[in-house]
Design a protein around this ligand. Structure first.
Ligand SMILES: Nc1ncnc2c1ncn2[C@@H]1O[C@H](COP(=O)(O)OP(=O)(O)O)[C@@H](O)[C@H]1O
Ligand SMILES: [Mg+2]
Length: 427
């Protein structure tokens, strides 16, 4: 299928983008849909793997039969065999009734095994058997059953390490991998990044009836295209949503705004991240000045982070106004066009987080700061938003904190702290 023929499919599934690798993936999915071949979808986390199995099922001859999407990483090891292959009554403590299992229930249909690399080795053996000849045995039974299920599996890039370490069976890998669909990382999608940003900005503006959606300045577009996007489209969506909600005075996203969300133009080199300095197509002087600027903003950012930590641990907001202290350190070359906005500190939203964490300790003699009200208001919306994002991530990952933290791009410890802070312990 050419790009034009794929258009209605993209529309139907809300897929934005037109890069060759994405079109190739969608085209392959459409081509194999009508067959019963196993499909393995690979790609980093957040690249959009989950839409592919749905598209395959909906366009297959099995479309009127059952489709189940199972996240293998979220089912405890002790119950996964029973979930997938069923169990007999009384086969283990708590097995009150018999259970059909997904392979039985999906007979005639499609099973999507997401994060298949997380399956324990014993389950992998069972899976290989059912893929080879459609046979499986329920937990606690000796009766061999038959099923006719089409399996589509997905895994992130970690499967290579699992193969190397003997944690994933090679024979199963090759069996699942009959057809391989590779979803490209966002950083390799060129202008699609801007397209996706626009889509998400429009969607959130419509959802919350905002008068205007956020847009990118030409410089910010460059930054977006040169950023590494470790969390891929999921991250782009989150950041766009956050900016849409939090940007008030202006709806124009500049590189400085992006820097507040840790969006820097980076490339990967020898396993580490370095800032882009070559191949920008601009005059070298401008490129190097811009680079210097990014360095300074980065340094500033680190300083603010430390400050934030310091404030959190000291438990007061007295230092809230301190960020301004760091300003003199930034002396920007006059020739750099974006320099006026480099007086970043007031714009860098450190204070809201601080006030969220620790309410101001005021004594009778304290005069409230003139900005106190503003801080509180901002902090509430930020806190609300942050809380919502955390709940969303926890729900999506069924309470698995490690995964939720990865998705939110925060450490597990920070997530733990925030869960406590927002009283989400019950989740
Ligand atoms: N091409 C795309 N167009 C629009 N949204 C997308 C696209 N690809 C992914 N998304 C969105 O990005 C998020 C992550 O996608 P998902 O399929 O869950 O990623 P993965 O399973 O690869 O980690 C989802 O909200 C999804 O709707
Ligand atoms: Mg996924």
């Amino acid at each position: 299928m050419d790009a034009k023929e794929l258009q209605p499919i993209k529309q139907r599934y809300g897929i934005a983008g037109n890069c060759e690798a994405l079109n190739h993936a969608l085209d392959t999915a459409m081509q194999v849909a009508k067959t019963d071949l196993s499909v393995l979808i690979t790609g980093e986390s957040g690249v959009g793997k989950e839409v592919i199995p749905r598209l395959i099922h909906d366009n297959s001859l099995r479309r009127t039969r059952k489709y189940f999407a199972i996240n293998c990483g979220s089912i405890p090891e002790g119950t996964i065999d029973s979930e997938l292959f069923g169990h007999e009554k009384g086969s283990f403590t708590g097995a009150i009734g018999e259970h059909e299992g997904y392979f039985g229930a999906a007979n005639g249909g499609t099973l999507f095994l997401d994060e298949v690399g997380e399956l324990p080795l014993s389950t992998q053996a069972r899976l290989l058997r059912v893929l080879e000849n459609g046979e499986y045995i329920r937990v606690g039974s000796s009766e061999v059953r038959k099923t006719n299920v089409r399996v589509v599996a997905a895994t992130n890039v970690n499967i290579q390490a699992a193969l190397r370490d003997g944690k994933f069976r090679e024979d199963l890998y090759y069996r699942l991998n009959t057809i391989h669909i590779k979803m490209p990382p966002l950083r390799e999608r060129g202008d699609d990044i801007l397209l996706l940003f626009k889509k998400f900005a429009m969607e959130i503006a419509a959802k919350y009836q905002m008068p205007e959606r956020i847009t990118l300045s030409p410089d910010a577009e460059e930054v977006m295209k040169r950023y590494k996007w470790p969390g891929n489209i999921r991250q782009l969506k989150n950041v766009t949503e956050q900016m849409s909600v939090l940007m008030r005075d202006s709806r124009l996203v500049t590189p400085e705004v992006l820097s507040e969300y840790e969006i820097w133009p980076t490339i990967e080199e020898k396993g580490g991240l370095v800032r882009v300095s070559e191949g920008t197509g601009e005059a070298p002087t401008y490129a190097s000045e811009r680079e210097m600027l990014f360095k300074m903003i980065n340094a500033l950012h680190i300083e603010l982070k430390e400050l934030k930590q310091h404030i959190s641990s000291s438990g007061t907001v007295q230092t809230v106004n301190v960020p301004a202290v760091t300003t003199p350190a930034v002396t920007v070359p006059a020739t750099v066009s974006v320099s006026p906005t480099v007086e970043v500190p007031p714009a860098v939203s450190v204070s809201p987080v601080v006030t969220v964490t620790h309410a101001p300790k005021m004594t009778e003699h304290d005069e409230p700061t003139p900005y106190a009200e503003e801080y509180v208001e901002e902090s509430l919306s930020l806190a609300d938003h942050e809380k919502r994002l955390i709940i969303k991530a926890l729900e999506k990952n069924r309470g698995r904190r490690k995964r939720a933290a990865d998705e939110l791009h925060i450490s597990e410890r920070t997530l733990y702290r925030k869960i406590k802070e927002y009283g989400l312990d019950e989740m």
